[in-house]
Design a protein around this ligand. Structure first.
Ligand code: B12
Length: 240
């Protein structure tokens, strides 16, 4: 790998890893070749991008310290604000690089997601994206929409795909491509996973489809089970 590019990737990872994130580089072209035109990113195929995942420890390593430092403005959801804060830290460290950060929750004026983080996670080799079209003899009616779900080899479903950095001026055709680990090879188990994700997602069971190294803490689960408007109270924050 190009020395400079390797330095950039190492540096970004060293900012985000200690606070519970993972960074996975990919090329825009790998993403664009999978998605329909309306979702394509408007950059050259060899443009370097990085997918950011939050691992179970992000809650303790990033969110709680962020709240304690009283850095929340109270305008957005605390996790979204905390993630945005850490994305900004990365940008500040690279004033010479033009970095576009796209969050998972950002929409276009047409109300389409700006980035499909599950597809990005798959092409970056971070987490295999299981979709209805991968299933042999799917048990659901042909017209029924079944949403796909990504599974991380270490964390199963206990993680979130937070967004993507696009390093607009970094072109790196030679980036090594890693295949995502297809950890659920059995067709029946893939069906079970999609059933759990689509119809029983509130019971958390899709996240346990494989044995994971680490899961969300009870406190973190309670946080996510609490309606967004009440999460402030749970964290002891007074809304401004
Ligand atoms: C809109 C949205 C919803 C909507 C609609 C769901 C949907 N999937 O349509 C609602 C509100 C219902 C929802 C609910 C939930 N969601 Co949601 N949601 C999203 C969001 C913002 C966009 C999804 C979307 O609209 N995709 C558009 C469609 C068209 O994309 P697609 O089906 O993947 O199609 C593309 C691929 O097929 C690709 N493609 C084609 N061929 C190939 C081949 C290969 C190999 C590959 C890789 C790709 C590929 O091309 C297509 C586009 O052209 C994403 C975050 C994001 N920005 O991606 C989170 C996201 C999917 N949600 C997530 C979660 C966890 C949930 C919930 C459990 C609630 C929650 N937050 O806890 C529930 C689950 C219930 C359910 N039934 O889905 C997680 C899933 C994590 C994971 N492990 O996969 C995401 C990724 C958010 C995150 N930050 O992690 N969600």
């Amino acid at each position: 790998m190009d020395y400079l590019t390797q330095d950039i990737l190492r540096n970004i990872s060293s900012i985000l890893t200690p606070v519970g994130f993972e960074t996975h580089p990919f090329l825009v072209g790998w993403y664009n070749e999978q998605v329909k035109d309306v979702f394509k990113l408007g950059y050259q195929n060899d443009t370097l991008a990085i997918l950011i995942i939050s691992t179970p420890s992000m809650y303790e390593k990033a969110l709680k310290p962020f709240i304690c430092r009283d850095q929340c403005t109270g305008i957005k959801d605390p996790i979204d604000e905390c993630v945005a804060h850490h994305f900004e830290e990365v940008k500040k460290n690279f004033p010479d690089l033009e970095i576009e950060c796209i969050h998972d929750f950002e929409m276009t004026p047409m109300r389409r997601p700006k980035i499909l983080v599950q597809t990005a996670g798959h092409v970056a080799g971070a987490a295999y994206y299981y979709q209805k079209k991968d299933i042999d003899n799917p048990p659901w009616p042909e017209k029924q929409k079944i949403c796909g779900v990504s599974i991380h080899p270490k964390y199963g479903g206990w993680f979130a795909l937070r967004g993507v950095f696009i390093l607009k001026n970094v072109h790196y055709q030679a980036l090594e491509r890693k295949s995502p680990i297809d950890i659920i090879t059995d067709n029946q188990k893939k069906i079970l996973l999609l059933e759990r994700f689509n119809f029983h997602w509130k019971d958390w069971s899709f996240r346990d489809i494989i044995q994971s190294e680490q899961k969300y803490s009870e406190e973190q689960k309670l946080y996510f089970e609490t309606p967004p408007a009440e999460r402030w109270q749970l964290l002891g924050i007074e809304r401004k």
